[in-house]
Design a protein. Sequence first.
Length: 408
Amino acid sequence: MDEARSDERIVEGMDGMHALACSAMRRLFGFVVEADRAEAWRSYGARDMAHWLWMRFGLSDWKARRWVAAAHALEGMPLIAASFARGEIGVDQLVELTRLATPETEARLLPWARSVSSGAIRARADRALRQSADEVRAIEQDRRLTWWWFDDGKRFGLDAELPAAQGAVVARALTRIANAAPVLPGEEEPLFADARRADALVALASTRIANDPDPDRATVVVHASVDPLGPPDTGFEVEGGPPIPAASADRMRCNSRSQTVLENRAGAVIGLGRMSREPSAWMARQVRHRDRGCTFPGCGSRRFTEAQHIVWWEHGGRTDLENLALVCFFHHKLVHEHGWRIRRAGDGQVRWFRPDGTRFVSGPAPPGLRRAIEPTRSGVGPPPPVTRPEPDPARQGWRDPLLHSLRP
């Protein structure tokens, strides 16, 4: 009898702790919604709320996204929210039930959900959300994308039709990148959203071409007409494409795999821009093995990563292991477009610094305490400003930074 009563007390204690945990999780989900609406994740180097959750609390990406979706869904389903807060359903049952239930059906589905496993709820939700196989195939066969040049080669047009699910992926990716990108002066109004999405598409394409395994076919060649002994009166033209401004050529050098061919006014080649900013295959493998994932604190992503020069290539940084750090696509944009800095400390660890010079440290702070930021006087402060070398007096025509780096 004593053993039976002891077992009952243990079970009652476990049930009580489960109810407390569910109640706390319900409150946490409320904070998740508030933080997502306020876009608090932007200040922590995350691309969205789910990204922040898995960086901050060590969740998987799948679980973080389910939590965010469930947190928002609970706002319209008070019966499910109250049942969860009392511990009548667990968190796994909750995240699957919110995929299936609506404000109109929650009262009917909740008693059933209390009596079945989370796997059974997931299976029913999957069935409810699944389209017919024939419809899916028909939509898939109609997919297309076309492009063309117009306005005498000055403009480029695109037209596409995709299945809804694939289109949602494209729209989501472009929207997230566009929202994360800095706003250009004069383009702060919502009417410039289309322009920002266009910039996002170019960023995606630039990243892909920079990592293409076939460097010769993937390289965009830019022809530059220049007189190296005269003023920097330069014209640029993409091979097989239209003329482009000098500023566009400069961005291509930074964001994609490109090579500039220097030609004099007679069309004779007088120099080639270097293409060695990408590390060799063995070097890229070594960087991936050493860093294991994106070096941004708390990220660790292994997808869409690339070796970033700590001292930028265009500023004279070497393409070697010491000067390379693995960075995912999103955090690469922080470095190039948002003013964040990277430095490798004496112990070999990579340190990240905000634009104001303070070191960024990820992870939750202790309750009631403000997380301390390691001071820069620790000897691992932000890198000093990069100074560009002065032009060779004998080559005063190479005053443009792009042309200076392309000297024969």
